[in-house]
Structures are given as C-alpha cells and as structure tokens.
Design a binder for this molecule. Structure first.
Ligand SMILES: [Zn+2]
Length: 415
C-alpha cells in the first residue's frame, strides 16, 4: 500500500488524556481512534493487526476441530432469566427496554448457544461438539482507562464445548490449552504468558487463565519458578506454595489476563433442558466448558510488551505490513523508478509492504514515522543507496543497517 493513500496521519505528541502505553502509541500512530472510554475504532493499520490476530486464533481454533458460527449481540431478557443471570449480571450488562421489549447486549453467550445446541443434540452419539465465534461483546465497565486492555465494546473469540462426561471434556480442554499456547506463541507472547490457576467455582477445583506478565497488568499473579505455572492471587493460600508442585519459590508479578478457560459443568445446560440420551436410554444433562480470548485486549498486550520510546515494535506475525519502504529525496527520475521497482518486487514476492511515497514530508519525519508505526523491516531508497544500486535495510529491533541488492531483498526479508 502507498502511504500517500493512507488517510491516517501520525500525531506529533501523545494524546493528553491517555495513560496506558497501548492507547498512547496506537492513537498517536493512527492505528485506532477513541470514541469514548473503552470504545475504539480500528483505522486501516489497526484493522490489519486485528485481522492478523483473528486469523491466527481462527487457524488454531479450527485445528481443535471446533466449528465457527456467529451469534447475535442483541439478546432478549427472557434467555437470561432462564439461567437467573439477568439480575446477576446487572452491574456489567447493558440492559434496556421493558416487558416484552426488554433486551441486553451480550457480555457472553452461554444463554444463546445452549438452546441452539439443544435443538441439534439427541443422543450420546451426537457429542462431543465444539463451536466458536469471533464476535462483538459488551461490558459496562465503570471507568476503563487502560486503552484496549479493558473495553466496553470489544471483539472476543468465545468457544464452547459440549460433552457426555468429564473425561471427554478433559481431553478437549487440554487440546484447547495447547491451542491457546500456540496462539500466544505465534503473536509473540509465548515467553511472557503463563497458564494460571484461578478459583474454579462449583464444577472444578480450578479454572485456568492465561496471564501475560506486564507492569501495567491489573491482575496479580504468583509465578512458580520451579514449574512455570502461575497462581492468581485470589486463590493463593496463606502459606503461599504452588498448588502444582508445592514449591514456595513464588514471584509476585502484575499480569494481563489474555485468555481464560472454564469448566461449566451443567450450570447452563440444565436450566435450558440441554439433555442427551445416554447408552442406557436415560436422559442426562450435557456437560459444558467455555474458552475466551479478547482480540483487542491481546492487541493491547502485544503493544504493552513490544514498544520503545520511539514507537511500536510489531512481531512479524501480527504486523500490519512486514516492510516499510521509504523513498528519501526528490521523487523524480531514476530514484523514483528504483523505489517503484523495489515496491513492485516486494508485492511480487507476497511481502506486505507500506511504501512511504509522500512528497510533502521531510526525511526526518519519514524516519520518525517509520519508528512510530513499528513495522518489522525498514527499507530506504535514497540517492546514496541508488549510487550503489542497493537498498538500505534495517530491522525495527536493531540498530545495524545493511545495503542489499534489490534482487536479494525478498529472500533476505523472508529468510
Ligand atoms: Zn510449581
């Protein structure tokens, strides 16, 4: 894409009213725009990052055998009354209207999905089933101030699985755990994200969270140095030992909850009559689990993990473009031709490239914007590189620059 066609502009200064690094950088770099606290628009660059994250999530979810669906955000009050959660969720759910016209905006979808599955499941032969969606959710957060980390409206991948027994649930549950590890690794958070034990509710001793260690995280976890499992501070016992290995070598850290997985048991299947006929002919309630990942929150966690004073630093798998090609100098004659050829050769090699062909900004501004936008590779074409018939290549994460011949460039970047 040509940067001259990108309508967004970077801002000279950070937005005054933002405190979190993710909001400050993403707004300043023109990736997102705030409509109000906790509600953001995704502009072209932010949209591309979000799409990359969703593609990775989708690939890992499909690999578990789950099928993708999409459910509505607008729910009638009646489905939430069936499970008794209309009143229970009052503080976090947007609810409006009266009588037959009372509605809520969904913060989660157990109440919607259980009746869908109920219509399609008769016998034990129909189970297990796993369904997921990547869909908009709403949560009435009082005063969200952490940028993308806490949204009132946000995109969530929510997966639900349905089983005849706990053994079947455990098999799938472990498969999703591994899929989650795969997702966090691919987006660049593999080394800082920990499986975390949290209080489990009625059905199981623990639920699991995935927590990314970060100074700005709103959660507190205790990280076990011996087994690399973490424990949420809400469940840590007086004696402070790891429930997995009994080690007392625990380190307290701030963390961002980037995923959670939860055994629900029959909490939602029983109220809606989601039953199956077992091998002996008796009717039994289906056992459920749910598994969530917040898409924008994950994007925020990536930014909190990867940035410096000059701007964003995207891991290659989620970057809006892989390379940022800058033409420095007057855009005429052989210089322009050389830069255009470099641009086309990247396109031909399927390398996503943003081409800074703007004519109305200085070289200094182009370099500053390249650092701020944070694409993995910076490619510079100028009269001095043209003299050597080469392109100056620099990684966003490194200081070192190299001159590379045009025909070597695609291979150099994708190696
Ligand atoms: Zn341990």
């Amino acid at each position: 894409m040509r940067q001259s066609e990108l309508f967004t502009k970077t801002q000279k200064a950070f937005p005054k009213d933002e405190v979190s690094a993710n909001a400050r950088l993403l707004i300043r770099a023109g990736y997102i725009e705030k409509l109000m606290a906790g509600v953001f628009s995704m502009l072209p660059l932010g949209f591309r990052v979000r799409e990359n994250i969703m593609r990775i999530i989708r690939e890992e979810m499909n690999a578990t055998g789950a099928c993708e669906i999409i459910m509505p955000a607008l729910h009638p009050k009646s489905v939430w009354e069936t499970t008794g959660r209309w009143d229970e969720m009052k503080s976090v759910m947007y609810q409006f209207g009266e009588g037959e016209r009372a509605y809520g905006l969904g913060p989660t979808h157990e109440e919607v999905i259980a009746p869908i599955v109920q219509k399609h499941v008769n016998s034990y032969l129909d189970l297990p089933i796993a369904l997921y969606q990547i869909q908009v959710k709403f949560r009435n957060e009082e005063r969200p101030k952490s940028g993308l980390l806490r949204g009132r409206e946000f995109t969530m991948k929510d997966l639900y699985s349905f089983h005849t027994n706990e053994e079947s649930l455990n098999v799938f549950y472990d498969r999703v755990k591994e899929a989650y590890r795969g997702i966090f690794k691919r987006v660049g958070l593999g080394d800082t994200t920990y499986l975390t034990l949290a209080s489990g509710g009625s059905f199981s001793q623990y639920s699991h969270e995935f927590q990314t260690v970060s100074d700005v995280g709103e959660d507190t976890i205790y990280l076990c140095k011996a087994c690399s499992v973490a424990v949420n501070h809400e469940i840590i016992t007086e004696q402070k030992v790891c429930p997995e290995c009994n080690s007392n070598d625990l380190v307290k850290k701030n963390a961002i909850e980037v995923g959670n997985i939860f055994k629900l048991g029959t909490r939602f299947s029983e109220p809606v009559g989601l039953m199956y006929r077992d091998t002996d002919g008796t009717q039994k309630p289906v056992i459920m689990a749910s598994y969530g990942i917040g898409v924008e929150r994950l994007m925020g966690a990536i930014v909190e993990t990867y940035h410096d004073d000059a701007g964003l630093i995207w891991p290659q798998a989620v970057a809006p473009f892989i390379a940022h090609l800058l033409i420095i100098g007057e855009q005429t004659g052989t210089l322009k031709k050389f830069a255009d050829t470099a641009y086309q050769s990247m396109i031909d090699a399927d390398i996503e490239v943003l081409y800074d062909d703007r004519t109305d900004v200085s070289a200094g501004e182009k370099f500053a914007d390249a650092d701020l936008l944070g694409l993995p590779w910076r490619l510079v074409v100028s009269n001095s590189t043209l003299a050597e018939d080469k392109i100056e290549v620099k990684k966003r994460t490194e200081k070192e620059k190299k001159l590379i011949a045009l025909k070597e460039l695609p291979k150099y970047i994708t190696k």
